[in-house]
Design a protein around this ligand. Structure first.
Ligand code: ACO
Length: 334
């Protein structure tokens, strides 16, 4: 695969993240449904999650994350050519990216939403990079943000313990050296029923003989065991493929940055790839599964903690509803 046909490469020059202030810990959850801190911690590694209240919006946390990423990259909102918002939970079903564009004051940028559930950030990274590689755009803001708490059934203990809200963002810029080394994206709609946030229509006869559907969405429904099996099998495969395309071996990976769904999945994938535990980035104890936000949120924390250094190789992988999964291998910084 020739990635850099026009001699234009990608640099990831800034990151930012934001989460709502309100937190819900496992002890509080065990007052709501029949569960325990011990069950949640041993099965998932999650201890608490941040939740958006009714005043909060996807736009608010996404804008905050974006502003932080812009500040780190040292560019102004008006320098942005493109904004891609990876989300499954927009404030507006017509899309929320343009509202974020307006709140940032990114007057020159075109903005759109992209939906690929928990794979959204990786899919967004690859999508955004195409516009840079073709020479069309130079400065791109990619946001992964989700407020899944809006669609959780808080009486379903098998799902409500897993999810949290958050936003993460990165700035992608054109440069000569290509730091997006390779990628692989996959989907399989045959397994769609494993994990859904499905439209639920109620019939409404608007005029005799014309019945339309009106309604809302059903809460998140998941076959946890199937998704777990899928993740542990498919994620190592897709990372191996992306590493192969990048001409990088697993030993050369500095950081494994997986969608933060479950610590057991992170550990199993690392073990399959023979990547040691110290190289696995994990912050899910404090945020739960924040869907499209989880990868940039963990990335931003690791960058700000000084763990990730410029030039280091990161193997990122997302997986989730669709089903979708994908991996991108990149070097941090210019
Ligand atoms: N507290 C206590 N018991 C529970 C809870 C809970 N919160 N939830 C389920 N149980 C019970 C079940 O009822 C079951 O009881 P039973 O044996 O009497 O029937 C028992 O615990 C075991 O349930 P399992 O579902 O088999 O538990 P498992 O070990 O598989 O863990 C989990 C469940 C954590 C959901 C796991 O399957 C998982 O992490 N799956 C992957 C989820 C994921 O990664 N999603 C990512 C994509 S998200 C996206 O795209 C939006």
């Amino acid at each position: 695969m020739v990635l850099n046909q026009l001699g234009i490469g990608i640099a990831i020059t800034g990151s930012g993240s934001a989460t709502p202030e309100v937190t819900l810990d496992n002890r509080q959850l065990s007052q709501m449904v029949e569960t325990s801190d011990e069950w949640i911690t041993t099965r998932t590694g999650i201890r608490e999650r941040h939740l958006s209240d009714t005043e909060g919006s996807l736009k608010a946390i996404a804008t905050k994350a974006a502003e932080r990423a812009l500040a780190m990259a040292g560019i102004a909102p008006k320098d942005l050519d493109l904004i891609v918002l990876a989300t499954s939970t927009p404030d507006d079903l017509f899309g929320s990216a343009s509202q974020i564009q307006a709140s940032l004051g990114a007057s020159q940028a075109v903005a759109f939403d992209l939906t690929a559930a928990c794979s959204g950030f990786v899919f967004g990274l690859v999508t955004a990079s195409q516009f840079i590689r073709t020479g069309v755009y130079q400065n791109v803001l990619l946001i992964g943000a989700d407020v899944l708490s809006r669609w959780v059934d808080w009486s379903d203990r098998s799902t409500c313990v897993l999810f949290g809200d958050g936003a993460g963002a990165v700035i992608l810029q054109a440069q000569e050296q290509d730091n997006l080394l390779g990628f692989e994206l996959r989907s399989d709609g045959n397994q769609n029923s494993c994990l859904q946030l499905e439209y639920k229509a109620q019939k409404q006869e608007i005029v005799k003989g014309v019945v339309v559907g009106q309604g809302t969405y059903r809460p998140i429904a998941m076959n946890g065991k199937e998704v777990y099996r899928f993740a542990v099998q498919k994620v190592p495969e897709v990372i191996e493929k992306a590493l192969f395309r990048s001409n990088i071996t697993a030993e050369e990976v500095d950081w494994l940055l997986l969608h933060q769904a479950n610590q057991r999945i992170l550990d199993a994938v690392a073990q399959r790839l023979s990547i040691s535990g110290e190289k696995v980035l994990s912050n899910l104890a404090h945020y739960g599964n924040t869907s499209a936000a989880s990868i940039p949120l963990a990335l931003d924390e690791a960058v700000r903690e000084g763990k990730i250094q410029p030039g280091e190789v990161i193997a990122a992988a997302g997986f989730g509803a669709g089903l979708t999964w994908g991996s991108a291998i990149f070097r941090w910084g210019k």
